[in-house]
Design a binder for this molecule. Structure first.
Ligand code: NAP
Length: 241
């Protein structure tokens, strides 16, 4: 039977690559996000189903699951760099709400909808789930929270033949990474090449990771061969962690 896949934040970056990778395998893939335009661009000529929704809105998330999905990738996320002294409470709360609560609402709705044995819950977490970073207090806190959620859900669903795992990428070549590079340029008043070098400096491979590499990891975690991998935090970081 054709597997049904949902990818939140599937209109851009990592989510788009994941959606395309599952579609290329013959899965029936739905992509979600707030803005219609990137969703339409990602879906053009690919057969992806578009389902606009804000992952922080309980009712909108529940509505995504009118029928159950076999693979649910909680990928939607935000992140901005700032010294803790400069983080406004509203920005702190927004980061936790999108990254952590959004993942909670997505996984809860997937399970409430009746995910079947063989089902896969995958969170796009971060290396910031496994280590801190000097100027990412809200992002790292939210992504550590995502991993705690994944590890707990994994134990709860294991007997049902469902797995729940986190993928923890280092810097991936997307808009989000470009935002980080722009932030470094501004904060340190340095040119783009220098900011890029700082970003990739943490990766022993000294390069940004391609979104397709994260997508390949999601395909693996969704495969039958990965049925016993549960509650895992899979680092996709060139050896950074
Ligand atoms: P991106 O291109 O900015 O993707 C983020 C996606 O999330 C967008 O499609 C955005 O769509 C969606 N989104 C944001 N807020 C949302 C909300 N409230 N409701 C629904 N969708 C929302 O960046 P990306 O790098 O691909 O990020 C994807 C995930 O990978 C994130 O969780 C990020 O933390 C994680 N990650 C990224 C990197 C990296 O270096 N790029 C590294 C590690 C982990 P709308 O704005 O249209 O809603």
């Amino acid at each position: 039977m054709t597997r049904r896949v949902l990818v939140t934040g599937g209109g851009t970056g990592i989510g788009r690559a994941i959606a395309h990778a599952f579609a290329a395998q013959g899965c029936q893939v739905a992509i979600s996000g707030r803005r219609r335009e990137p969703l339409e661009q990602a879906a053009a000529g690919t057969g992806l189903e578009i389902r606009p929704a804000d992952v922080t809105d309980e009712a909108q998330v529940e509505a995504l699951f009118d029928t159950p999905f076999d693979v649910v990738v909680a990928n939607a996320g935000i992140g901005a760099a700032a010294r803790i002294e400069d983080v406004e409470l509203a920005d702190w709360q927004q980061t936790l709400t999108v990254n952590m609560t959004g993942t909670f609402l997505t996984f809860r709705a997937a399970l409430r909808a009746g995910m079947q044995p063989g089902g896969r819950l995958i969170a796009i977490a971060s290396t910031a789930s496994l280590q801190g970073g000097a100027h990412i207090p809200a992002y790292a806190a939210s992504k550590h929270g995502v991993l705690g959620l994944v590890r707990s859900v994994a134990q709860g669903v294991a007997k049902r033949g469902i797995t729940c795992n986190a993928i923890c990428p280092g810097f991936v070549d997307t808009e989000l990474a470009q935002t980080a590079i722009n932030g470094l340029m501004e904060r340190h008043e340095i040119p783009r090449e220098k900011a890029l070098a700082m970003v990739v400096g943490g990766n022993p491979m000294q390069r940004l990771i391609a979104p397709e590499e994260v997508a390949a990891t999601a395909l693996f975690l969704a495969s039958e061969g990965a049925a016993s991998i549960n509650g895992h935090a899979m680092s996709v970081s060139g050896g950074e962690i």
